[in-house]
Structure formats: structure tokens, C-alpha cells
Design a protein around this ligand. Structure first.
Ligand code: APR
Ligand code: PHB
Length: 391
């Protein structure tokens, strides 16, 4: 088998890349180790930046997103028993975020790619990368009971944090930067109407909680928990009690509940490797970096990477110029580190830390009060949250 760009992983990074390349007339094959059903059901975050929505729309991939996505012009920060609205659009010249589940984005991207005749192979096994430092790298894998080799010009490693691409780079090439947090998120999807029209980021004395949504009938909620926490210790009623306690306000706000559709625990981590490239292998998305979920940036950052990669590949195929490909890693990392800083800042401001004393808590509350009372501070949050157009 032969293609121009071999893409490992059919998450947002790999799928958006396949679409952008196709539009530039560049062939690709996407190799995914899970089934189509699995990746289309996997529940992840659900906030799209303005730039992400614009890119999907420009590429004809936003019909359902435009119908079903929920456009939000503000968000709420809640602490000390009160809510404060940050008017995102007012502070950013009309920019907004769209709430639309990542698995819905994945469904739309897969369908559009297959309808256009694109090749996505699901349920491939034993993917290995070869000859990355040559001009003809190869991907070997098993599929449908047989062994295959895909020869390509370039490999795009879009296979997430646990994929094979990053570990295929020889030791000593990459430098990893990492921070682990002393908490995880217990997330639920509930058949209950959202209790507020906007997202609520809540910093309570019992820990962080987040109110989000997927539709007018489905709420997505998160609780800060210990990273070693066992889901078995969280029967549904305990989750609702804890959510109610954390979101409680002085004026008696109420949280609508309903049957749970999904429940899971996700660790929070900050992680970056530099550079995001080795020979003819280019890493994109979670394969190269992870942000803690507090700013909902993971998908958006993945899309930002592949936009840069697609432009660089297009220039290379069209004119032979290599400067954009050579600058891929540096160009991505500027945004990656901006988003890392923002995600770390949101996380640090809103969560309770184990070793945190009363002094540190006062600092967090002062920071929250400042963000909610100073236009300059609120604008800084808002422009990062809706997504900086250029970094
Ligand atoms: N071979 C083939 N595919 C693989 C392999 C492998 N060895 N390992 C992992 N994959 C697939 C995964 O099953 C997944 O579908 O690669 C895909 C990676 O997708 P994501 O993890 O979604 O990563 P990415 O596309 O970078 O998306 C960015 O943003 O909201 C965050 O973490 C969230 O997934 C999100 C990410
Ligand atoms: C979500 O809706 O899943 C979500 C929203 C905001 C976040 C993280 C996740 O910061």
C-alpha cells in the first residue's frame, strides 16, 4: 500500500488532518485501532473555540454543528456561595464558544470523510513505525487477519497520549515537560435539563465542580475527586449530593437531576514533548501534549496543530519548500505553551489542593474576585477561553 500521508489515529487531530489534506489534493490513509462505534461513543469534553468552529465551517464540516451546537456568549465563575458572569463575547469583540460533544465532532468527521471516498481503516492492530529518518517511512499493521505495510512520504502521529507514535522516536530526541495534579475529575452525563444556560466553573470549600451540557435535555457535570478514587465508592445518589453541596448558593440555586447515562474518572495532567517532530514523523494533538480539562482546550489544540501541519505539507507538495515543515514544531509550541499556561492557571485557581493552607485559599478567592471585578482580568480569561486567533 502507498499513500502520501499516513495518519495514525482517528481522533479529532487525525480526522481533521485527513480533511484538510484532501482539500489540498493530498492523499492520506487513517489507521485507527478502535472500532468506528467505539470512537463515535467515547465521551470527552465538548467546548469548541471560535477558531475551531470557523475551520470546520470553512471545510464544509459544520452542518450538524451549526444546527445542534449550543453557542455560548458567557460563562459563570461561582465561589463563596455566589455566581459571577464573565461576558465572553462582549469582552472579545463578539467571539463565542460552541458546546458540542467531541464524539459528535468525530461522528461528523468520519461520515464526511468516508462519503468523500476517504480511507479510514478501523480496528487495525500492532501498528509499528519504520524508517522515520528516511524519505520513505512505513507503517506496518495487522488488519482483517493480514499483515500490511503502508509506505508514505510523511507519517502524522495523531494517536493520542497512549499511542505508538511518540514512543517510536529514539531515546534522547524528545524532552518531556510534565505536571501531575493531586486530583482527577469524576464526570457524569445525565438525562436532565441543564440547570443554567451557561457553563458554571465552581470553586467551593468542598472542591471544584463544573456544570456543562450536551443538549437541552442532557447535562454534563464534573466533580474534583482524589486521583486514586474508585468509582464504586460513588453511587449515583452520592454524586448528586456532592454536586448539590458544591454548587449551593446563598440564594438557593437548584440542580436538576436525572438518570445517569455515563460516569467515569479522568486524571488531570499537563504534558508537552519538544520537538513535535522526528525525521518524517510529525506529532499532533494529544500524542504531543495534554492539558488539564479545566479550559476544555484539548480538541482545540489538536485542531490548531493539524492546521499548521496541513499548510506546511501543502506548501511542500506544491513548491518543494521545506521551511514550513521545518518550522512546524516551533509554530505549534507557541500556542501549546500559551494554552498550557492558561489551562494550568484555570486549574490552579479553581481546585482545592491537598497541601493547601488557609493562606493559599485566600489567594485563590482574591484571584477569583479580581477576575470577576476587573475588566482587564476578565478580558484576559475571556480571550484565552474563546481561543486566541494567533499566538
Ligand atoms: N494505532 C492506531 N490508533 C491508535 C493507536 C494505535 N497504536 N493508539 C491510539 N490510537 C487512536 C485512539 O483510539 C484515538 O481514536 O488514536 C486516536 C487519538 O485520538 P484522541 O485521543 O482523541 O487524540 P487527538 O486526536 O489528539 O484529540 C485531542 O483533545 O479533548 C481532548 O483528549 C481529548 O481526545 C481529545 C484530544
Ligand atoms: C464538557 O462539557 O465536557 C467540558 C466543558 C468545559 C470544560 C471541560 C469539559 O472545561
Amino acid at each position: 500500500m502507498r499513500t502520501q500521508v499516513g495518519i495514525v489515529g482517528a481522533g479529532p487531530a487525525g480526522l481533521v488532518l485527513a480533511h484538510l489534506l484532501a482539500r489540498a489534493g493530498i492523499d492520506s490513509v487513517v489507521l485507527e485501532n478502535r472500532s468506528r462505534g467505539y470512537i463515535e461513543q467515547r465521551v470527552r469534553a465538548g467546548v469548541l473555540e471560535q477558531t475551531t468552529v470557523d475551520l470546520l465551517r470553512e471545510n464544509g464540516l459544520a452542518q450538524r454543528l451549526d444546527r445542534e451546537g449550543m453557542v455560548h456568549h458567557g460563562l459563570e465563575l461561582r465561589f463563596a456561595g455566589r455566581g459571577h458572569r464573565i461576558p465572553l463575547s462582549e469582552l472579545t469583540g463578539g467571539r463565542a464558544i460552541t458546546v458540542y460533544g467531541q464524539q459528535e465532532v468525530v461522528k461528523d468527521l468520519v461520515r464526511a470523510r468516508l462519503e468523500a471516498g476517504g480511507e479510514i481503516l478501523f480496528e487495525v492492530d500492532d501498528v509499528t513505525l519504520h524508517d522515520l529518518d528516511s524519505e520513505r517511512p512505513a507503517i506496518r499493521f495487522r488488519h482483517g487477519g493480514g499483515d500490511h505495510e503502508l509506505r508514505c512520504d510523511v507519517v502524522a502521529g495523531c494517536d493520542g497520549f497512549h499511542g505508538v507514535s511518540r514512543p517510536s522516536i529514539p531515546a534522547g530526541v524528545l524532552t518531556a515537560y510534565e505536571r501531575e495534579y493531586p486530583f482527577a475529575w469524576l464526570g457524569i452525563l445525565a438525562e436532565a435539563p441543564p440547570s443554567s444556560e451557561e457553563l458554571i466553573y465552581c470553586s467551593s470549600e468542598r472542591g471544584f465542580a463544573l456544570h456543562s451540557m450536551r443538549s437541552p435535555k442532557v447535562t454534563r457535570l464534573y466533580l474534583q475527586v482524589d486521583p486514586a478514587e474508585d468509582l464504586a465508592n460513588w453511587p449515583d445518589e452520592r454524586i448528586w449530593e456532592e454536586l448539590r453541596a458544591r454548587f449551593a448558593t446563598d440564594d438557593g440555586w437548584t440542580l436538576a437531576d436525572g438518570p445517569l447515562l455515563e460516569k467515569g474518572i479522568t486524571p488531570l495532567r499537563s504534558f508537552v514533548v519538544e520537538p513535535m517532530q522526528y525525521g518524517r514523523l510529525y506529532l499532533a494533538g494529544d500524542a504531543a501534549h495534554i492539558v488539564p480539562a479545566t479550559g476544555a482546550k484539548g480538541l482545540n489544540l489538536a485542531v490548531a496543530d493539524v492546521r499548521i501541519l496541513a499548510e506546511a505539507l501543502e506548501a511542500w507538495y506544491r513548491t518543494g519548500r521545506t521551511d514550513l515543515l521545518d518550522g512546524y514544531s516551533a509554530a505549534c509550541l507557541r500556542r501549546v505553551w500559551r494554552v498550557q499556561q492558561f489551562s494550568w492557571w484555570m486549574t490552579s485557581m479553581l481546585h482545592l489542593f491537598d497541601d493547601q493552607g488557609a493562606f493559599d485559599r485566600r489567594l485563590q478567592l482574591s484571584q477569583l474576585a479580581y477576575v470577576c471585578s476587573s475588566k482587564a482580568a476578565a478580558t484576559s480569561l475571556a480571550e484565552n477561553y474563546v481561543g486566541l486567533p494567533y499566538v
